[in-house]
Design a protein around this ligand. Structure first.
Ligand SMILES: *[C@@H]1O[C@H](CO)[C@@H](O)[C@H](O)[C@H]1NC(C)=O
Ligand SMILES: *[C@@H]1O[C@H](CO)[C@@H](O)[C@H](O)[C@H]1NC(C)=O
Ligand SMILES: [Zn+2]
Ligand SMILES: [Zn+2]
Length: 591
C-alpha cells in the first residue's frame, strides 16, 4: 500500500496519497505481432510515465486526421492495457496531465458552461497526478468548475497538485488549488516520490484564482517544511510537473526552479513534465534530471522511463506516441478495448450528437495549413482568409464600399482546416474566438504601414502563437528531412536526445514562418492622402493605435490616435465568415 501523507488542518484538502491499481473488467488479448512499419518501440524502465498535456477539449479524436484517430475512450483502454501487459508488477507507471483542458474543440466549448461535459469525460482517465493550466484560469466559471469537479473531487483530491496557484473561495479566502505537494511510494518497486506542480508566470487569472511566481512560492514556509520533512536521503525521485514549458529561452523560468531544487537536492533524480507551448520536447537539465513535454490537442501521449534509479547513473528514455488506435495497440500489446474505454467512446459520440458537433455546414475540398505551407500558397489558411474570406466582411455601421485594410492577428486561428466535412466542431477548432471589428479612418499612406509595423515588432500574444515557429530548436531543419510519401505526415521532433523521439517515423512537414498579422487589402481608386478604413479585431486595438501613433509621429498632419477614434464596424466574425464561405462554395459546386 502507498504511504498516506496528511498535510495538516490548514490545508484540509491537501492530503496526498497514491491509489491502488485499477481493476480490470476483462482479460485482454495479447497479440505479440502487431508490427507497424516505422515504429520505434518504448524502452520500459523501473519507473515509467505516460503524460498528456494541453488537450484543449480534443477528447473526441481528430475526425479528419487518420494519424490521430483515437478518442479518450481508446486512450483509457490503452493505459489500462499498457499497465497490465507492459508494466506488470515488476515495474511502476505514473499517469500525468499538465492542464489546459478548454478552448479549442466543440466538445469543451459548445456547452453552456465551457467544459461542463468534457470535464466529466476527461476525468474518466485514472490520472495519478494532475493539475491545471492557464486555460482553467481565464473565466471564473472555468476556475470554479475545475476546483470543485476535479481538484477537490473524491477521485482526484489526492492526485491534484498545484504548488503556486490558490483558489479564492466564495467568502474570499485563499486555499491551495489541490495539494501543494505530494509524497507517495509506488506500489511495485516502492520508489519514493515527491511531486510538485508549478504554473508559469501567468498574470491574467480571474478573480477566483491567484498565481504566485514559482520562484516566490519556493521561498515560502510550506516549501522549507516539505524539504525538512522529506530530505534528500529519503526520496528517490522528485517529479515536477506543471503548466510550464521545459524549454524557455526567454524567461528561463524552469531553469530557475531547477537551480532552487538542486540547492536542496543536489543528488536526487528530478523529472520534469512540461506544458503550455504545445510542442513535443525533451530537455536534459543535468545528468540526474530531464524533462518531457507532450505536445497538444490529444495528438501525443508522452512516454518517459527511468531505469537504474538507485544507481549514480540512471537511464532516461523518451518517446512521443501518436494518439491513434494503431500505436495504442502496438505499444500496449493489445488491440482489445476495455469495457470502460468502449463505454466512454460511446458516451463521447452521444455527447457530440447532442451538441450537434457533427452537423455538416459544407465540404472542404483540400486542406489549408497554418505553417506547413507558405503564406503565398493557396493552401495556406491565412492566404485563404485574406484573399477569399475577409473580403466578404459587410458593415452595418458604415460605408463598406470605401477602400479598406482588414487586419487579423494570426494567433486568432488555432488549427489547420482539414479536407473533409466542415462541421459545427470545425468552427470551434479553427477559430474558436468570437471577434468584434473595430475601424479607424486614416490616410492611405498611414494605413499601408500598419501591418508591416506590427510584424516587425515583438510577437503578439505568444500564448496563441505556434510551437515550431517560435523556437529554432524545434525547427525540423535540425533533423534530417524525411521525404517518403509512403509514410504519414506528422512530427519530426528535434530534442536533446536527437531526432528519434517520435514513435512513428513520419514524412516530415516543412514549417514556414508566419507573421504576427495578415491583412486583406481592397483599394478603390485612391491617392495617398485619401482616407481609407483600417479594420481590425478590437482585441488588438491597443497594438494598432500604437502602430498608428508611431508611424505618424513625424508627419506634419500628426494626430494622436486614441480609443475615441475607434468605432465599431459591425459585421460577422472571422469564424462566421469562414463558415459562410465554406457553405457558399458548397452551394456553388452543386449548381
Ligand atoms: C460527411 O457528411 C456527410 C453528410 O453531409 C456524411 O454522409 C458523411 O458520412 C460525412 N463524412 C464523414 C467522414 O464524417
Ligand atoms: C462588441 O462590441 C459591442 C459594441 O461595442 C459590445 O457591445 C460587445 O460587448 C462587444 N463584444 C465583444 C465580444 O467584445
Ligand atoms: Zn495550451
Ligand atoms: Zn497554456
Amino acid at each position: 500500500m502507498l504511504t498516506l501523507f496528511v498535510f495538516g488542518v490548514l490545508w484540509a484538502t491537501a492530503i496526498c496519497q497514491g491509489r491502488s491499481l485499477p481493476f480490470w473488467h476483462q482479460s485482454v488479448l495479447v497479440s505479440p505481432d502487431l508490427q507497424t512499419p516505422g515504429t520505434r518501440d518504448l524502452e520500459l524502465g523501473e519507473l515509467n510515465f505516460l503524460h498528456t498535456t494541453d488537450t484543449h477539449g480534443w477528447l473526441g479524436s481528430h475526425l479528419n486526421q487518420a494519424n490521430y484517430d483515437a478518442d479518450w475512450g481508446d486512450f483509457v483502454s490503452f493505459t489500462s492495457n499498457f499497465k497490465h501487459n507492459r508494466v506488470g508488477t515488476s515495474r511502476d507507471l505514473i499517469l500525468i496531465d499538465t492542464g489546459d483542458k478548454h478552448d479549442g474543440n466543440g466538445l469543451s466549448d459548445a456547452t453552456a458552461t465551457n467544459g461542463q461535459l468534457s470535464t466529466e469525460i476527461f476525468n474518466e482517465q485514472d490520472y495519478d497526478l494532475l493539475t491545471l493550466g492557464n486555460h482553467e484560469l481565464y473565466t471564473e466559471e472555468n476556475t470554479v468548475l475545475e476546483y470543485y469537479s476535479t481538484a477537490t473531487s473524491k477521485k482526484f483530491r489526492d492526485a491534484y497538485v498545484s504548488s503556486n496557484v490558490d483558489f479564492v473561495t466564495e467568502d474570499g479566502r485563499l486555499v491551495p488549488f489541490g495539494s501543494k505537494f505530494c509524497y507517495f511510494k509506488t506500489p511495485n518497486r516502492n520508489i519514493r516520490i515527491l511531486a510538485f506542480s508549478f504554473m508559469f508566470n501567468f498574470q491574467r487569472a480571474n478573480a477566483r484564482a491567484k498565481v504566485t511566481l514559482a520562484t516566490t512560492a519556493l521561498q515560502q514556509e510550506w516549501f522549507q517544511k516539505a524539504v525538512s520533512q522529506y530530505p534528500e536521503g529519503e526520496i528517490d525521485v522528485i517529479v515536477i510537473f506543471g503548466h510550464m514549458p521545459i524549454t524557455d529561452p526567454e524567461e528561463h523560468e524552469i531553469n530557475q526552479v531547477h537551480s532552487i531544487f538542486r540547492k536542496h537536492y543536489p543528488r536526487t533524480i528530478i523529472q520534469y513534465f512540461g506544458a503550455h507551448s504545445h510542442v513535443r520536447d525533451f530537455a536534459v537539465f543535468d545528468e540526474l534530471s530531464t524533462g518531457i513535454q507532450s505536445g497538444r490537442f490529444a495528438e501525443t501521449v508522452g512516454f518517459l522511463s527511468i531505469d537504474n534509479i538507485k544507481s549514480d547513473t540512471p537511464k532516461f528514455s523518451r518517446r512521443y506516441i501518436d494518439f491513434n488506435k494503431n500505436q495504442f495497440s502496438h505499444h500496449s500489446g493489445s488491440s482489445t478495448l476495455t469495457e470502460k474505454g468502449v463505454k466512454l467512446s460511446h458516451k463521447i459520440s452521444r455527447i457530440r450528437q447532442e451538441l450537434n458537433l457533427n452537423d455538416v455546414v459544407g465540404y472542404v475540398p483540400s486542406s489549408y495549413h497554418m505553417y506547413s505551407k507558405p503564406l503565398s500558397s493557396k493552401h495556406n489558411i491565412y492566404n485563404l482568409l485574406t484573399s477569399k474570406v475577409l473580403p466578404n466582411l459587410k458593415s452595418d455601421r458604415t460605408d463598406e464600399s470605401k477602400s479598406r485594410f482588414t487586419i487579423i492577428n494570426t494567433g486568432s486561428i488555432r488549427y489547420d482546416l482539414y479536407k473533409g466535412n466542415f462541421t459545427k466542431d470545425t468552427e470551434y477548432i479553427v477559430s474558436p474566438f468570437p471577434n468584434n471589428w473595430t475601424y479607424v479612418e486614416v490616410p492611405l499612406s498611414l494605413a499601408e504601414g500598419v501591418a508591416d509595423y506590427l510584424n516587425d515588432g515583438p510577437v503578439l500574444y505568444t500564448s496563441m502563437a505556434p510551437p515550431e515557429v517560435r523556437r529554432k530548436k524545434h525547427y525540423p531543419g535540425s533533423c534530417p528531412f524525411i521525404h517518403d510519401p509512403h509514410l504519414r505526415k506528422g512530427y519530426t521532433t528535434s530534442d536533446d536526445f536527437g531526432c528519434d523521439g517520435d514513435d512513428v517515423i513520419h514524412n516530415s512537414e516543412l514549417v514556414f514562418r508566419i507573421p504576427n498579422v495578415v491583412q486583406s487589402v481592397e483599394l478603390k481608386r485612391v491617392g495617398p492622402e485619401d482616407r481609407v478604413h483600417l479594420i481590425f479585431y478590437s482585441f488588438i486595438q491597443k497594438d494598432v493605435l500604437r502602430a498608428l501613433n508611431d508611424l505618424s509621429k513625424n508627419l506634419p498632419t500628426h494626430v494622436e490616435y486614441t480609443d475615441a477614434h475607434c468605432q465599431n464596424y459591425g459585421g460577422d466574425s472571422t469564424k462566421d465568415l469562414l463558415k459562410q464561405y465554406v457553405r457558399d462554395q458548397q452551394l456553388q459546386s452543386h449548381k
